[in-house]
Design a protein around this ligand. Structure first.
Ligand code: EPZ
Length: 430
């Protein structure tokens, strides 16, 4: 299996360009199935989760024309809302967005029930609650979610928790329901706004995305469109943390600074200097960072998807920090791996008490999930000596050319798949 071999100690310096937002793209690809004509999507991140969802769309009859790595054309006229096979759901939970898309367009959808994953149980009760409120009969049979409706009628839906997935999934179905839907306690992430803007570019009538009340007036049908996906705020934040952890100077390009506000605020508290431009941020950290406390919250709070990357950076600070994970119940699995590099972190429930150390020592470690994997790469880049990370297929789910972008910043990292290549890397780097 592929691994990363990293020689730490080089400050990251230079410019990196951020790709399209994975978590916007997943909702947008599902929404493309709802159009009656061809949809062209640009700034598509070329990552595994996106490619799996495109395979799932093809498996139900969608015509996929991959113009290039970052542009795709989708025509759904051949789609039959037959079951989205378990293999796709097991690979990526977000295949369940095809529930809302197919229910909205065909008034029928069959998608395998997603299980839990490495960061928590991740129920979908709010998705099903929303579909039922719109008038669908939703049942679970043989591990499949089957949703049917004679017609979908607008409804006033109050989410019990702030949920990105249910907000997107129910918004998809409501876009083609008859009448008026109000989603209360809706998630406000930038990717929710991007999916709503995409649907509106196809002729939907959605207002209020980005606030906690989204108003949707159903329309008869949706037409083809051309659309470019927003930049990925989590990929951007990951490189910002890497700049601070390695005491570097990195300009992160193709970002929307407003989407990074909570991340920027925390890195400033940690002593980084940050300069904002229209579509870029420059992060400079010349000395060891300071401690601070972080609590993950729905947007515009500090994103849970940045929690591991921030914690790794704080593990090198000159004091004690407290990180509280309020969204998922099992998102500290990287702490044991980081301990092998010398980190001093104590996890109690959903809180980690981080006592900063002056430096990590390289070690052999494993990526437990996507964002923790990226965080462990940051640790390896900041460490003294060599670090070997396996399980990097998790990282390829959400980061396009991660090692290539880090190499362009002076990071000494290579993807290898055997010991000989590791030795060759060590001889080359010395
Ligand atoms: C999305 O997951 C993202 N994934 C996650 O990013 C991200 O961590 C999460 O939102 C929070 O921002 C995609 O967009 C593909 P939620 P999602 O529904 O939609 C509970 C990454 O690294 N909940 O907002 O599954 C749930 O248990 C991934 O890119 C219910 O109780 O997250 C959690 O505690 C990891 N019932 C909280 O809500 C439901 O029906 C937030 O979950 C749905 C969710």
């Amino acid at each position: 299996m592929d691994q990363y071999i990293i020689k730490g100690g080089n400050p990251l310096v230079g410019e990196v360009t951020i790709g399209g937002a994975k978590n916007a793209a997943l909702g947008i690809l599902a929404a493309a199935v709802m159009a009656d004509q061809t949809v062209t999507i640009e700034n598509l991140p070329n990552v595994r989760d996106i490619n799996v969802l495109l395979q799932a769309i093809a498996s139900i009859g969608g015509e996929i024309d991959r113009v290039n790595e970052n542009v795709v054309r989708i025509n759904a006229k051949g789609v039959r809302p037959t079951s989205v096979d378990d293999v796709f759901i097991r690979k990526i939970r977000a295949s369940y967005y095809l529930l809302g898309a197919c229910l909205g367009k065909y008034k029928h959808a069959e998608v395998a029930l997603p299980g839990g994953c490495n960061i928590g149980s991740r129920p979908i009760d709010q998705h099903l609650k929303g579909f039922r409120a719109l008038g669908a009969d939703v049942r679970i049979e043989g591990g499949m979610i089957i949703a049917d409706a004679q017609k979908l009628r607008g409804a006033h839906i109050y989410f019990d928790v702030v949920t990105v997935g249910a907000t997107i999934n129910v918004m998809l179905a409501a876009a083609l329901a008859e009448g008026y839907t109000i989603l209360e306690n809706a998630a406000k992430e930038p990717h929710i706004v991007d999916v709503a803007n995409f649907l509106n570019s196809m002729g939907a009538n959605i207002k209020g995305a980005g606030t906690d009340v989204i108003r949707i007036r159903g329309v008869q049908s949706l037409k083809g469109t051309e659309y470019a996906i927003i930049p990925d705020q989590i990929e951007a934040g990951t490189f910002m943390c890497a700049a601070v952890a390695t005491k570097g100077d990195v300009t992160v390009k193709n970002v929307i600074p407003k989407h990074l506000e909570s991340i920027t605020a925390k890195l400033l508290e940690m002593g980084a200097q940050i300069e904002e431009f229209d579509d870029a941020v420059r992060v400079v950290a010349t000395k060891r960072c300071k401690p601070t406390n972080i609590k993950t919250l729905p947007y515009p709070g500090f994103p849970t998807d940045m929690q591991p990357q921030a914690a790794v950076t704080l593990a090198l600070s000159d004091g004690t920090s407290i990180v509280t994970e309020s969204i998922f119940e099992n998102r500290f699995k990287y702490v044991d791996e980081l301990a092998r590099m010398g980190a001093n972190i104590k996890v109690e429930g959903n809180t980690a008490v981080i006592s900063g150390i002056s430096g990590f020592k390289g070690a052999n470690i494993s990526a437990p999930d996507l964002r923790a994997g990226a965080a462990l790469v940051i640790a390896g880049l900041a460490a003294e000596g060599y670090t070997c990370i396996d399980g990097i297929e998790y990282i390829h789910r959400g980061y396009e050319d991660f090692e290539g972008k880090l190499q362009s910043l002076g990071g000494m990292i290579e993807k290898v798949d055997n010991d000989k290549d590791i030795q060759k890397f060590k001889l080359k780097i010395g």
